[in-house]
Design a protein around this ligand. Structure first.
Ligand SMILES: Nc1ncnc2c1ncn2[C@@H]1O[C@H](COP(=O)(O)OP(=O)(O)OP(=O)(O)O)[C@@H](O)[C@H]1O
Ligand SMILES: [Mg+2]
Length: 314
């Protein structure tokens, strides 16, 4: 049996490990849109820590509030209550420290691949020489495998290539945090798999803090260190975090036979199915119990002549 020595200070090595300070912390964040009867409560009591260097995935159903969550982290929306803090500063507006890649590619159609990326690079690194900015832009074009297409405009690119430009543009700005809002959801399965490998490769090189929003559990397990489910809305809240204990580098084809991968996929999928079922039951019982207010109207007698109906008291 071990003995505890009370009168001697604990040696430093035996001290309990301290969790790293989060880079971004969301505290009791609530967010809804509209007012009055059209008010839509989207997110409720969101508490989330994004740790430095971690790859965190948020998985959830369509319409549950994933993009709203990303916009809040980016500073494009502000919470109705609660706060979001990055390195002791409350997030109130967008910043180049938080790079975002959206579901749609949002490229400027009149600019080439290089033009779309250099526009951001020139703005962020305006103190660099022209040659330095050009070299930096080309490094990221090469990183996403588009060196052969630098002069092409977005309409001359495939969906996967456009999303790569979008990714390269955000990465080239060297943000401290990368916010990826379902960046691969518009792609076909094969291109999506290739892009997943590319994101994984780039992240393993750069080790930027990254938050990935996805509706694909397998994608989340392949890429992330931790996975947090977003429960269905309205009033969506976060579920328990699942830690991905799989060694890196991860190879998709090998993971399919891995017991840890299969167990985690079952656990997360079962969780999501159960919360969706509960949400549907809650909504059904709420609509059964909520009384419908009927207007206080008295029917008019149709036996009266037409003129009398029009002039009769309401
Ligand atoms: N600007 C807005 N004004 C009003 N309602 C909004 C606005 N943006 C989003 N919503 C509503 O908030 C809810 C969550 O939307 P959001 O786009 O965050 O969901 P999502 O999880 O990203 O969906 P998807 O998976 O389809 O992208 C939806 O009901 C949507 O209609
Ligand atoms: Mg969305």
């Amino acid at each position: 049996m071990s003995t505890v020595v009370l009168d001697r200070p604990r040696p430093k090595s035996a001290a309990r490990p301290v969790a790293p300070e989060p880079l971004i912390a969301m505290r009791n964040v609530c967010k809804g849109y509209g007012s009055g009867v059209t008010r839509n409560e989207v997110l409720t009591n969101i508490n989330l820590n994004l740790r430095p260097g971690e790859f965190l995935a948020v998985v959830g159903f369509s319409g549950s509030g994933k993009t709203t969550l990303t916009k809040l982290l980016a500073g494009l929306e502000t919470p109705d209550s609660g706060e979001i803090v990055m390195e002791n500063q409350v997030i109130t507006e967008p910043s180049q420290e938080r790079g975002i890649v959206f579901q749609n590619y949002s490229l400027l159609p009149w600019l080439t691949v290089r033009g779309n990326i250099s526009l951001s690079v020139d703005r962020v690194f305006r103190h660099w020489s022209k040659a330095q900015r050009r070299e930096h832009t080309d490094k990221f074009i090469e990183m996403v495998g588009l060196s052969h297409a630098v002069h092409r405009r977005p309409h001359e690119l495939s969906g996967g290539m456009r999303q790569r430009v979008s990714l390269a543009r955000t990465l080239a700005m060297k943000p401290k945090v990368l916010l990826l809002d379902e960046p691969l959801s518009a792609l076909d399965a094969l291109t999506r798999a290739t892009m997943q490998d590319e994101i994984l490769k780039i992240w393993e090189e750069e080790r930027q803090t990254c938050l990935l929003i996805t509706n694909d559990v397998d994608e989340a397990i392949l890429l992330a260190d931790r996975i947090v489910p977003l429960n269905p809305g309205p009033n969506a809240s976060l579920g328990p975090a699942f830690t991905v204990e799989l060694d890196r580098p991860r190879v998709k084809t090998e993971l399919n036979h891995n017991e840890t991968f299969k167990g985690l996929r079952n656990a997360i999928t079962n969780y999501l199915v159960a919360v969706r079922q509960k949400s549907r039951e809650d909504q059904a019982s709420a609509s059964r119990t909520s009384p419908i207010e009927l207007p206080d109207l008295k029917p008019r007698s149709l036996a009266l002549p037409r003129k009398a109906i029009l002039n009769s008291p309401v």
